[in-house]
Design a protein around this ligand. Structure first.
Ligand SMILES: CC(C)(COP(=O)(O)OP(=O)(O)OC[C@H]1O[C@@H](n2cnc3c(N)ncnc32)[C@H](O)[C@@H]1OP(=O)(O)O)[C@@H](O)C(=O)NCCC(=O)NCCS
Length: 294
């Protein structure tokens, strides 16, 4: 059994031995003092595990020998890459090495599966986690924004364009599989695993054109993937957003993990999106050639 502080034994138990209710409770206890409150319930946790290909066998809960809860850490697995997520240690147990033990254990599990490339995101200014990841050999690769848009108080006129709705199959064909070094949440697999995915494709009078693929949840539009195939990205993205919000004026929108240097970004601000918070994306190891940046 591994130890922390050189003496205290820690039991590492696969997440698969816990119900989603138990896991949500453990996770929430580790995040009571978190920078951005993001409580989970069992249903959301189950959805999260499926959407992000989290391996329940390879993810771990840490307890004392007596079964007292200490922390949790989860491992997502996809071809040639792994993702670490939901790391948390109970506040009164921190700074005794449990976080590091959980991290090293998941990195080792990925290594055992011959995966030498691990991705994660950390909220900007979360110094304890950022320091832990640097200590373990993760390096920064970029900054990501989480943007929000509230339901509209007035109608948005759609920009004049030749626009058409894309059903799931056509939307996913456009997204394709070539998105391996996107943040994990935005990779093709996340969209393929998600329900209610569809899209919009449009062409403007000057020949500019592009597409937007998104997930429509009951009260939320989210999981955006978009591409400008011709013309100015900010112009094409604004036209796409104008059609989207015209269609769904009453839904909240959350855009996760858009890169700070994404050329479509000005369109979001012009449409009234606001920044909720920022994350830093970190990698460990080199991305394998099959998922190099598109
Ligand atoms: C981040 C977290 C998991 C660290 O767990 P922990 O068990 O306290 O960490 P450890 O005792 O294993 O510390 C390992 C290393 O992390 C870094 N670290 C941990 N806490 C730190 C702090 N308060 N300030 C600076 N560095 C810190 C240090 O590099 C430390 O190594 P050192 O002891 O040689 O200095 C814990 O603070 C936590 O649960 N925070 C809330 C949830 C969270 O932020 N999760 C991560 C989301 S990305």
């Amino acid at each position: 059994m591994p130890t922390v502080d050189n003496t205290t034994a820690v039991r590492l138990i696969p997440v698969s031995q816990f119900s989603d209710e138990q896991l949500a409770a453990i996770y929430n206890q580790t995040r009571v003092d978190y920078l951005v409150p993001m409580p989970m319930n069992a249903a959301r946790l189950g959805e999260y595990v499926k959407t992000y290909d989290v391996s329940r066998e390879d993810s771990l809960v840490a307890t004392t020998e007596d079964g007292e809860m200490l922390g949790v850490n989860m491992l997502g697995l996809r071809k040639g890459r792994a993702w670490i997520t939901r790391l948390g240690v109970l506040p009164n147990t921190r700074r005794h090495g449990v976080g590091q033990l959980l991290m090293e254990s998941l990195i080792q599990k990925a290594e055992d599966l011959s995966i030498h490339f691990v991705m994660l995101e950390v909220i900007k200014n979360n110094t304890p986690a950022h320091q832990l990841f640097l200590k373990l050999g993760f390096y920064e690769v970029g900054e990501l924004l989480v943007l929000r848009h509230s339901p509209l108080t007035h109608a948005v006129d759609p920009i004049v364009a030749d626009a058409r709705r894309l059903e799931r199959h056509d939307a996913m064909t456009l997204v394709g599989w070539d998105r391996g070094t996107q943040p994990w949440t935005n990779q093709s697999e996340s969209l393929f695993n998600a329900h209610e995915v569809s899209g919009l494709q449009l062409e403007l009078a000057d020949g500019s054109r592009g597409w937007l693929v998104y997930q429509r949840q009951k009260f939320l539009l989210t999981r955006f993937a978009f591409k400008t195939e011709a013309g100015d990205p900010a112009t094409v993205a604004y036209a796409l957003l104008s059609h989207l919000h015209n269609q769904y004026p009453r839904l909240d929108t959350q855009v996760e993990n858009i890169q700070v240097n994404d050329p479509h970004l000005p369109a979001f601000y012009r449409m009234g999106y606001v920044e909720a918070f920022r994350r830093i994306e970190m990698w460990r190891g080199t991305p394998p050639p099959e998922i190099q940046k598109q």
